[in-house]
Every structure is written in C-alpha cells, then in structure tokens.
Design a protein around this ligand. Structure first.
Ligand SMILES: *Cc1c(COP(=O)(O)O)cnc(C)c1O
Length: 377
C-alpha cells in the first residue's frame, strides 16, 4: 500500500490509558470523557470507544448532533450529555436516543418538556449555573426560577433533573482565587436546588485541569477533555509525561519533493526565508487548508531527515518547505510535525508555543483532508 501524503495517527490505546489514569485521579467521582469537536480532532467514535474501555461511564459533547452520532454508532452503554443547544435543535430525537441535555434557561426546560410529550418519555436534564465563567449557564439571580421551572415539569413527569453543573474559568491556573469563588457559587446553587427538592444523580464542575489539580472540584463526576487525548492542561506546570498522560495523536507527512538549490535562494511566497548556502529543500504536503497554522511561517517545528527543523518561509494552503541542509533525504521520507515526543519529534504543545496558541487548537484544527489512522485498537 502506498503510504499516504499525510496522516494523523491516533493511538487509541493511549486514550484508554489516559482515561484509566483520570478515573484513578477522580477518586470516588465518575468520569465523563469529553469527545466534542470530533474527539478534539482525533476522531469521535474510536476515541469514544477507547474512553469507555478506559472506564468512562459518561461521554460529553457540545453539539447534540455529536451526541446523536454516538448513539447511532451503537454506543448505548455510556450516559451521554450534550450541552450546547439552541431552540432549533431536535430535542425529541435527543430524548428518543436517551441523550441527557443541559439547560441554562427556562426555554430549554420547555423544549425538553415538549420533546417528552412528543416521545412519551421524560427528558433527562442537567441544570447549569453560571458560577462565574460568564459563558453558558444560568445567572445566580435567575437560578431559583430555572430550578422551579424544571421542578414543575418534573412534577408533570416530563423531565428528570439528573444533574447540576457548572464550568470553571481559571482551572488551568490551579491556585487562582476565581476557582475558589466559583466553588462557593456552585455549592450555593446546589444548595438552592436541593432545598427546592432536586435530588441530582450527579453534580459536576471539573475539566481536565481541575480533575488533575483540584480534588475539591470533583463532586460526583469530572469532565476531562484535553487530558483524555494525552495533552497537558497545565503546560506551564507539567508535561503530559509528568502527569502520567500519553499524547494520542501523531501528525506526519511524506516529502513530496527534495531538491538542491543554491545559496541566496528565496523560499515560498514573499521569500520570507532565503537559503544561507547551497542546501537541500524538502516539500511537505500539508498547509493551512489542513490546519497547519499560517502563523507557523518560519516558526513551526518538525522532525525531518533525522533532526528538528523549523518551517522555512511561508506556510501555504497545501504545502510548506523545510531546509534540510546537507542531510540525506528523498521523496517519500517521513516528516513528523508533532507526536508524543519520544522519537525526538515536536509535540502539539511545541506547536502551540511556536504560534502563540494552546494545544487544544493545534489538534482540533487538523482538517478533514488529513486521514485519521487508528492504531492501538
Ligand atoms: C470542553 C469542555 C470540557 C473539557 O475541558 P478540558 O479543558 O478539555 O478538559 C468540560 N466541560 C465543558 C462544559 C466543556 O465545554
């Protein structure tokens, strides 16, 4: 078989091991593995199955369509929660597929109740409070009203309030005082709901960073995403290896062209790189249409012809160039953009630092033109 132009190898055994570690770190709490955005770019279904194999009893997605895709693929064992809903979403399909739904406002409770009437079975709701992130979630001032709306629908047999939850703003800065304030706000919201009569199955707050650094945020369920894929949510404090995690994705390509050029040769659009001496250039067939940040121009790290090198010149739509010096190289040789790092290749975190972003963005932006090849299943 001809090796592909480029591929993202996804080591699902690493996903399974990462979830097993997170489960251990979660103590008595359960694990909801977040598989939104196509499993952080790694592939929804293989990663979801690997996470369940590692002990995740729950899967979480942002979009309802992602949650429905899990059920349609036969993942019926784990509980599934979708949290980024809008009034146009197919709530009835969610109820039929046994997908738990988040509600940050009374309209979502009403949509869930309508879906329950339509399907003849109650909707399972997780009421979300904005404990301070200022994104989704019900403002504390409106929380009692949301709880009341949900309890009224529950009394009619239309919904079950199974979860109370919130999301942290500063979990990646473990000692930040905002986390303490959010914990207080969350506990207060739970108390309001429980005093009103809610008996939740699960209260949940922690993402990857909080799962690993703040046991006081664990409650009944933790919601790690990034760490499931083996990347560090606290890169300034700990590498994946130091956290016991294994990066699951290796992004690699094959050199499409290798050629000698003289000194002083401009390279790629606008000649942002010029050869210092006679040298060998290698053409890497990945570009910004594949998710390679254009900001990696003259900055993105790669392992090519046995050494770490930097992208030479402008990253184009489909390709970029590396300067291989006098090292031997041939068309078809592998170039590794990032991986776990143990073959000397850069990591997704190295790319994040090189272009001024976070590793989340590096892995999720790998485009659909790059095949995901599952290994370790
Ligand atoms: C994405 C997301 C998570 C997972 O966050 P990580 O930092 O990747 O662990 C958890 N909860 C919610 C609500 C999210 O949107």
């Amino acid at each position: 078989m001809t090796p592909p132009r480029a591929q993202a190898l996804v080591d699902v055994a690493a996903v399974t091991a990462n979830v097993a570690l997170l489960r251990d770190r979660a103590g008595a709490a359960g694990v909801l593995a977040v598989v939104k955005a196509d499993g952080y770019g790694h592939g929804l279904l293989p990663c979801a199955r690997a996470a369940v194999a590692g002990g995740a009893g729950w899967l979480g997605t942002a979009l309802l369509e992602e949650a429905l895709a899990l059920r349609a693929a036969g993942l019926t064992g784990p509980r599934v929660l979708a949290w980024l809903l809008d009034p146009g979403d197919p709530f009835a399909a969610a109820v039929r597929a046994d997908v738990d739904l988040s509600a940050s406002a009374p309209w979502a409770v009403r949509a869930a109740a309508d879906a329950a009437r339509e399907t003849g079975r109650p909707a399972r709701l997780h009421l979300k409070v904005d404990s301070g992130l200022g994104r989704a979630g019900c403002p504390p001032a409106d929380w009692a009203e949301l709880v009341g709306t949900a309890l009224a629908a529950a009394a009619d047999g239309l919904v079950e309030v199974v979860g109370l939850w919130s999301h942290l703003a500063y979990a990646d800065a473990p000692r930040h005082p905002t986390t303490d304030r959010q914990l207080d706000a969350f506990r207060a919201a739970v108390e309001v709901a429980e005093r009103a009569g809610v008996r939740p199955e699960v209260r949940h707050l922690a993402n990857s960073a909080a799962t690993l650094t703040r046991p006081d945020t664990h409650f009944d369920l933790v919601r790690p995403g990034l760490a499931v894929y083996g990347l560090s949510p606290i890169p300034d404090e700990a590498t994946p290896a130091e956290l016991g995690l294994r990066p699951a994705m290796t992004l690699a390509a094959r050199l499409a062209l290798v050629k000698r050029v003289p000194a002083g040769h401009g390279v790629s659009y606008l000649h942002r790189y010029t050869t210092a001496r006679e040298t060998t250039l290698g053409l890497v067939p990945l570009g910004y249409a594949d998710g390679i940040p254009r900001a990696a121009t003259n900055g993105g790290p790669v392992l090519a012809a046995g050494r770490r090198r930097t992208v030479a010149g402008t990253v184009c739509m489909d390709q970029f160039v590396v300067d291989l010096g006098d090292d031997p190289a041939a068309e078809g040789d592998e170039v590794v953009l990032f991986g776990p790092g143990d073959r000397g290749e850069p990591t997704a975190e190295d790319w994040a630092r090189a272009v001024g972003t976070i590793s989340y963005e590096i892995v999720t932006r790998v485009g659909p033109r790059v095949p995901r090849v599952v290994v370790g299943a």
